[in-house]
Design a protein around this ligand. Structure first.
Ligand code: C5P
Length: 406
């Protein structure tokens, strides 16, 4: 049974990828328990052991507990082929070293990369938590204190050590924190969990409507806003599926991507995902019309004019909003005049819960620019967001959407 006060902790650690580094100290046996505590909270744990750590606890024990192969060497071709050290560094949402000995602390502080664990610390941008464990005299030594202070300044989170009796018989600071305390220090590194457990589906970018094998009708949408929303929602713990039209953007970390070309493809993908979606955000600039016919051969140049008959595309977000159960639906409205009237008209007509409106007559914002400024209308209130980067705006919009779900 889950305690009420454990809920936020479980949310923070659910599906987080934790790389646990174990260095060579007597407290290494407690790391086995730490693996269990992290897994109980839903984290995915991979273990890296230094050579000295293997003198205290076997890789086999940690492999059995973590359910993953234990990484021990930088220069093992077999391990590198399975998951190379750079891949492992990228995989981690957080690196925790427990126990962190005086030696490993000194090597990390010096920027050394003489084994797998120190190399991963250098190669990864993920937050790092150190749980020091050593003899009390070694802990209070000037060198160790200077190293710890330098690492704390560089952004490392230092968890412990605690005071008490030590394996060597001394009494003082140097005992590693208990596994639950280290787990809590790790959980504290993960911020907003407002969308944990939610599935967010986002459409982004333009669509392309072909009229012969080499030509199409499209628009200038860059997809940036939708991709930033995907990143921001994922950061808040959501499972995110991004249905992307043809854009030249990398997929945000942890986001599932479904590439589509035409409005019809986007419509199919959206309706297929709608039943599992808690939130649907229609950020794509969907072409309103498509050619009635796609010629099988390239259309040849002939007369001075060429007419192509266009037919209306399905309204994707309106169709999603008609589903039962209906996800919380958020649309965009790019307007050049009478922003409020047109945006709230779409809110009602398409059956949406929120509409994010922007004035595209202003060149500094919208479509291909990096900045945006919007007004968000719900059925009961209005929220203004002044000009900022699309990344910042995406964070604010996701926060606003999360508050509407409560
Ligand atoms: O009607 P308008 O194109 O201005 O509406 C914009 C909103 O509707 C956006 O959220 C857009 O993603 C969505 N839309 C859609 N399918 C269409 C047209 C627009 O989902 N065919």
């Amino acid at each position: 049974m889950t305690q009420q006060n454990e809920q936020p902790l479980l949310k923070k650690l659910a599906s987080r990828r934790i790389l646990l580094g174990i260095s060579g100290g007597i407290a290494a046996y407690k790391s086995a328990e730490l693996v269990r505590r992290l897994q109980d909270a839903g984290a995915d744990v991979r273990v890296v052991m230094t050579r000295a750590a293997q003198e205290f606890i076997t890789p086999l024990t940690l492999q059995a507990l973590s359910g993953n192969p234990v990484h021990t060497s930088l220069l093992d071709p077999e391990a590198e082929a399975a998951m190379g050290h750079i891949e492992l560094a990228r995989w981690a949402d957080l690196i925790c070293i427990a126990p962190a000995t005086a030696d490993v602390i000194a090597r990390i502080r010096a920027g050394m990369a003489d084994d797998l664990l120190t190399t991963l610390c250098l190669a990864s941008k993920a937050p790092k938590v150190l749980a020091p464990a050593m003899n009390q005299a070694m802990w209070s030594d000037t060198h160790t204190q200077q190293n710890i202070n330098a690492l704390a300044q560089a952004g490392y989170q230092i968890a412990g050590p605690a005071a008490g009796s030590q394996a060597c018989g001394d009494v003082g600071f140097g005992r590693m924190l208990e596994p639950e305390q280290i787990r809590d220090a790790i959980a504290d590194q993960f911020g907003d969990t407002s969308l944990t457990g939610k599935h967010v589906v986002i459409t982004a970018g333009p669509t392309r409507e072909a009229f012969d094998p080499v030509r199409f009708i499209s628009n200038h949408s860059s997809g940036k806003m939708g991709f930033e929303l995907a990143r921001a929602a994922s950061h808040c713990g959501a499972r995110v599926t991004l249905i992307a039209g043809p854009v030249n953007l990398p997929t945000p970390d942890r986001v599932e991507r479904c590439d589509v070309i035409s409005a019809d493809d986007m419509h199919k993908a959206s309706l297929a995902l709608a039943p599992s979606a808690d939130i649907f955000i229609g950020c794509a600039a969907v072409a309103d019309y498509r050619p009635a016919q796609i010629e099988t051969q390239k259309i040849k140049k002939s007369g001075d004019t060429l007419s192509i008959e266009l037919v209306k595309n399905p309204d994707i977000i309106a169709d999603v909003a008609r589903q039962t159960p209906k996800p919380f639906c958020v649309g965009f409205a790019a307007e050049t005049n009478e922003l409020k009237k047109h945006a709230t008209g779409k809110l009602t007509r398409k059956g949406l819960d929120l509409i994010i409106a922007n004035d595209v007559s202003n060149q500094a914002i919208g479509f291909n620019s990096d900045d945006n400024a919007v007004t968000v209308y719900s059925h009961s209130d209005t929220t203004e967001f002044s000009q900022c980067s699309k990344a910042q705006l995406a964070n604010q919009l996701i926060e606003l959407i999360a508050t509407h779900l409560d």
